[in-house]
Design a protein around this ligand. Structure first.
Ligand code: ATP
Ligand code: MG
Length: 431
C-alpha cells in the first residue's frame, strides 16, 4: 500500500456530522444578513502581499509573523494567502469603483490563513464571517453591525451576558492618538525595566499595541498607563456616545474597556469585541471596529468604513460547549426496496417526493443485492429518518407503498398511492 498523506498541520477537514452544524450556522448568518440588507462578496483567497502589508500595518502580529507568503514560481509575484477579509474587500471595492454611487453594506464567509501555533480555537486555516460597511460615517452603522451580531447569537440560542459579552472602546482620531501616544511612550520609557522584547520593539513603532500584551509580568504597568479615552476630543466622544445611545435604546449590555485596542493598525473611533469565558485563552469570538483611513490608504477616495470579523471555529466550539445543537439534518424518509426488480417502480416515486420537498434516502443495491429486510430497517433507523417507505411486492402490485413511522410508537403504518404522491408528500416533510 502507498504511504498515507495527512492534512497540513493546523488545517482541518470538515466532515459529517460537523459539516451540517456548520451549514446551519452559515445558513443562519446568510438569512440574517439578508434581513439587515447586507450583500455578499467573494474575493480571492490569494492576494498581493503588499495589500496586507499596507492594509494591516507592518508592526502587527499578522504581518510580522503569521502570513503565508510565497513567490509565484512562474512570474516572481509576491503573494499571500489572505489572513483576514477586510483588506481584500476594500481592494475590490476600490478596484471596481463600487463606492461611487454611495455606501455599501457587505458580508463574506470563507477561509483565512495564519501561521500560528495550533490549539483549541486557534488554527492555521480557519473560517471567518465578516461584515464591511463602507461609505457611512455615522455611529448608527457602528451600532447596527453590533446589533447584527447580537441577533446572530440569539438566533443560534446563545445568551448574552452568560455565554458571550460585549466590550467596546473608542480609539479616537489620529491626532488624539498621537497625543496619547506621546504620553504612553513616556510612561513605558519610565518603566523600561519591565518591558519584554516584543514591547521594547514596539515601544516607538506601535506603543498602543504594547497595551495588548498577554505577558502577566507587564499587566500592572500596563493598567497604570495613560488611557486613550482620556485624550478624546468632543467629536470623538460624541461619536462614541452615539453608538452607546443606540445600544442602550435596544437594551444591549456592554462593558467599556479602555484597554481594548484590537490587532490591526487601521482602526479608529469605535472598536469592540465579543468574548466568552468558555474557550480558555481563545476568548474572542468576534471583533471589529471603524477604519475610516483604510480605503484611502489602499488607493481609494477617502471614505469611512466599519466592520467585524467572527471566527466560525470558535463560534461552533462555543455552541458545543454550552450544549446547543443544530436542528436535525436527518431525512424525512428512508426507502426500503426488497428487490432490484422493484426499482423502475420505486425511483419515479422517490423523484416525485424529492420534487415535492421531501428529503428521502434510498437503500442502495449492488453486486451482493440489497440485504435482508432486517438490515434495511436497521439502516433506516440509523439514518434518523422519521418514516420508512416499504416498497414490498404486494404493495407495489396494488399500486401502493407502506409508510411506517420510525420515531413515534403511537403512530401506525399506512398505505399510500404511488400514482398520487402530491396528496401525501406533506406527511413526510420535515417541519
Ligand atoms: P486573537 O487575539 O485570538 O489572536 P485576533 O485579534 O488575531 O484574535 P482577528 O484578527 O480580530 O483576531 O480575527 C477575528 C476573529 O477571527 C477572532 O476574534 C477569532 O474568533 C477568529 N480568529 C483569529 N485568528 C484565528 C485562528 N488562528 N484560528 C481560529 N480563529 C481565529
Ligand atoms: Mg491573532
Amino acid at each position: 500500500m502507498a504511504e498515507r498523506l495527512s492534512a497540513v498541520k493546523g488545517m482541518n477537514d470538515l466532515l459529517p456530522p460537523d459539516s451540517s452544524r456548520w451549514e446551519w450556522v452559515e445558513a443562519t448568518v446568510r438569512s440574517l444578513m439578508q434581513r439587515y440588507g447586507y450583500q455578499s462578496v467573494r474575493t480571492p483567497i490569494v492576494e498581493p502581499t503588499a495589500l496586507f502589508v499596507r492594509g494591516l500595518g507592518e508592526v502587527t502580529d499578522i504581518v510580522e509573523k503569521e502570513m503565508y507568503s510565497f513567490e509565484d514560481r512562474l512570474n516572481g509575484d509576491q503573494l499571500t494567502l489572505r489572513p483576514e477579509g477586510t483588506a481584500g474587500v476594500v481592494r475590490a471595492m476600490v478596484e471596481h469603483s463600487f463606492l461611487r454611487e454611495g455606501g455599501r453594506r457587505l458580508f463574506y464567509v470563507g477561509p483565512m490563513f495564519r501561521h500560528e501555533r495550533p490549539q483549541k480555537g486557534r488554527y492555521r486555516q480557519f473560517h471567518q464571517v465578516g461584515v464591511e460597511v463602507l461609505g457611512f460615517p455615522g455611529p448608527d452603522v457602528d451600532a447596527e453591525i453590533i446589533l447584527l451580531t447580537r441577533s446572530l447569537w440569539r438566533e443560534l440560542g446563545l445568551v448574552e451576558g452568560r455565554d458571550i459579552t460585549l466590550e467596546i472602546n473608542s480609539l479616537g482620531q489620529p491626532d488624539e492618538r498621537r497625543a496619547h501616544r506621546e504620553a504612553l511612550i513616556r510612561h513605558l520609557e519610565a518603566h523600561a525595566d519591565l518591558l519584554d522584547d516584543d514591547a521594547r520593539r514596539r515601544l516607538h513603532s506601535n506603543p498602543l499595541r504594547v497595551l495588548d500584551t498577554k505577558n502577566p509580568a507587564m499587566q500592572a504597568m500596563v493598567d497604570a498607563a495613560p488611557r486613550l479615552i482620556d485624550f478624546l476630543g468632543p467629536e470623538s466622544m460624541a461619536h462614541f456616545d452615539g453608538v452607546r445611545r443606540v445600544l442602550d435604546a435596544v437594551g444591549l449590555a456592554y462593558r467599556i474597556n479602555p484597554r481594548l485596542v484590537r490587532g490591526m493598525d487601521y482602526y479608529n473611533l469605535t472598536v469592540f469585541e465579543w468574548t466568552t469565558d468558555k474557550l480558555g485563552s481563545q476568548a474572542t469570538v468576534c471583533g471589529g471596529g471603524r477604519y475610516d483611513g483604510l480605503i484611502e490608504q489602499l488607493g481609494g477616495k477617502p471614505s469611512p468604513g466599519v466592520g467585524w470579523g467572527l471566527g466560525l471555529e470558535r463560534l461552533l466550539l462555543l455552541l458545543e460547549t454550552v450544549g446547543i445543537e443544530a436542528p436535525s439534518a436527518a431525512p424525512g424518509a428512508y426507502a426500503i426496496v426488497p428487490s432490484e426488480v422493484a426499482l423502475p417502480a420505486v425511483v419515479p416515486v422517490l423523484e416525485a417526493l424529492r420534487a415535492a420537498g421531501v428529503a428521502v434516502v434510498m437503500h442502495p443495491g449492488g453486486a451482493e443485492g440489497r440485504g435482508s429486510m432486517k438490515s434495511q430497517f436497521k439502516k433506516a433507523d440509523a439514518s434518523g429518518a422519521r418514516f420508512a417507505l416499504i416498497f414490498g411486492d404486494e404493495e407495489l402490485a396494488r399500486g401502493e407503498v407502506a409508510v411506517k413511522p420510525l420515531r413515534d410508537a403511537q403512530a401506525t403504518q399506512a398505505l399510500r398511492p404511488l400514482a398520487d404522491v402530491g396528496a401525501w408528500a406533506h406527511e413526510l416533510r420535515n417541519a
